[in-house]
Design a binder for this molecule. Structure first.
Ligand code: V47
Ligand code: SF4
Length: 393
């Protein structure tokens, strides 16, 4: 048994509930909803963190994944009115928004000619002009131009709208896009599944039931996906646990989720700006509890453009084993919501250094976690720059 766990279990006065959760975790047993809620509401951060790290190290050792990717955001014009969204503009505020033509999107793809990226992540606002066939054609063009690029595209919210408009069922729409070259689905749009909370923060977009149904069907068709949870606004611990429980049940049925990504609510420039933001303690606990509760998810990802580099480093000790990608300043979702990273970009070398700086073992992965390059002992070729100590902010 690891020293830290052993020490924890020997702590005098460790509550009965905590001891019973720890012994379940050590025996690889699943914790229940009540226990999950206990971890959020009553357990010490040190205790939750040690358990999460134990699971992380049992599953992955020190291995810490990242990928080389970029985002393509076709438009920020959106018919929906999610109160937490700082990024979207309603169609009537077109002057503040952007809308890329197919040609402009292909120009964005071509910017990565000769660069070792493996994934494009396509996600944006829901715009009535962007139809299913428009996106099908776009995907085909990307595949024809760069066949080896993994296309991870559109949230369940975007699919729900484009399939309804095309008068197609989820099965028909997904199978059409798969035939065009879609590989996987990102985790956005999940927010919080509890219907009461969802009605308040994003009542007009697809329901929780629809989100889960779409992902289940996709998994059944061999299209893997991710799952997110927007935390730190008006939801309570019971809602977070309920959210994870619905995902855990679905994962038991399909095994199609690659990774779980808790997304911290950022309060800049949106209709929920009056709310505070989660504390760092709450951030660490939320990731750690998700690592403990979601025993059937292989990976827990901290999306560094949203949570910040320093917190991402810390989270590698709290259950996280993946920090997403190089991004190359191609997403606006978080900078517009006030995240520290106003122009998110990290070179491969920076991401590798960031992981090594906290004694973890950096490995480049592809979207579905095949390992591409082990950077543990990698020596970067001299790129003509004088090496200075990296100061992360
Ligand atoms: O669904 C919007 C979130 C999501 C805010 O699958 C906000 O690999 C915090 O899902 N504060 C879209 N969050 C982004 C997303 C994602 C990101 C990175 C990787 C992956 C993946 C998926 O962004 C939305 C919503 O939950 N969001 N506004 C905000 N103010
Ligand atoms: Fe539109 Fe997505 Fe923003 Fe909601 S979160 S308003 S669906 S862009």
């Amino acid at each position: 048994m690891e020293k830290s766990i052993e020490m924890l279990l020997n702590t005098k006065g460790l509550a009965r509930e905590a001891r019973s959760i720890a012994s379940k975790v050590l025996q690889g047993e699943r914790i229940d909803l009540k226990e999950g809620q206990y971890l959020f509401e009553e357990a010490d951060l040190a205790f939750v963190g040690a358990l999460a790290n134990h699971i992380r190290e049992k599953k992955h050792g020190d291995r810490t994944y990242f990928n080389r990717n970029f985002h393509l955001e076709p438009t920020n014009l959106c018919i929906f009115t999610c109160k937490f969204c700082s990024y979207s503009r309603l169609l009537k505020q077109q002057e503040d928004g952007w809308f890329l033509t197919e040609e402009q999107m292909m120009q964005e793809i071509k910017k990565y000619d000769g660069k070792p990226v493996t994934e494009v992540h396509i996600v944006g606002g829901v715009h009535p002009k962007l139809s299913l066939t428009f996106f099908g054609e776009l995907i085909k063009k990307i595949v024809a131009y760069r066949p080896e690029l993994h296309i991870k595209a559109f949230t369940a919210v975007e699919y729900d709208y484009m399939f309804r408009k095309a008068k197609m069922s989820y099965e028909e729409g997904l199978s059409y896009l798969k035939s065009c070259g879609l590989h996987s689905i990102p985790g956005g749009g999940a927010e919080i599944f509890d219907e009461e909370v969802r009605a308040i923060i994003c009542g007009d977009k697809c329901s929780s039931e629809d989100w889960l149904k779409l992902h289940e069907l996709a998994h059944g068709m061999g299209i893997p996906s991710n799952a997110t949870m927007l935390y730190g606004h008006i939801e309570r611990a019971c809602h977070r646990i309920d959210h994870m429980d619905r995902l855990r049940k679905l994962q038991d049925r399909t095994g199609g989720f690659n990774t779980f990504i808790p997304l911290k609510f950022r309060n800049g420039n949106n209709e929920m700006s009056h709310l505070g933001e989660a504390t760092i303690i709450d951030d660490l606990k939320t990731y750690a509890v998700s690592r403990i509760f979601l025993d059937n998810f292989n990976h827990i990802k901290a999306y560094w453009p949203m949570i910040g580099r320093k917190t991402a480093q810390l989270l590698l000790q709290y259950g996280v084993n993946d920090i997403d990608g190089t991004i190359d300043d191609t997403t606006k979702i978080y900078s517009m919501a006030g995240a520290e990273e106003q122009s998110p970009v990290m070179s491969t070398r920076e991401i590798v250094d960031l992981i090594k700086a906290v004694d973890r073992h950096p490995i480049e992965r592809d979207t579905v976690y095949n390992e591409i390059t082990d950077f543990k002992d990698h020596v970067f070729e001299d790129d003509g720059f004088i090496e200075l100590p990296v100061l992360y902010n």
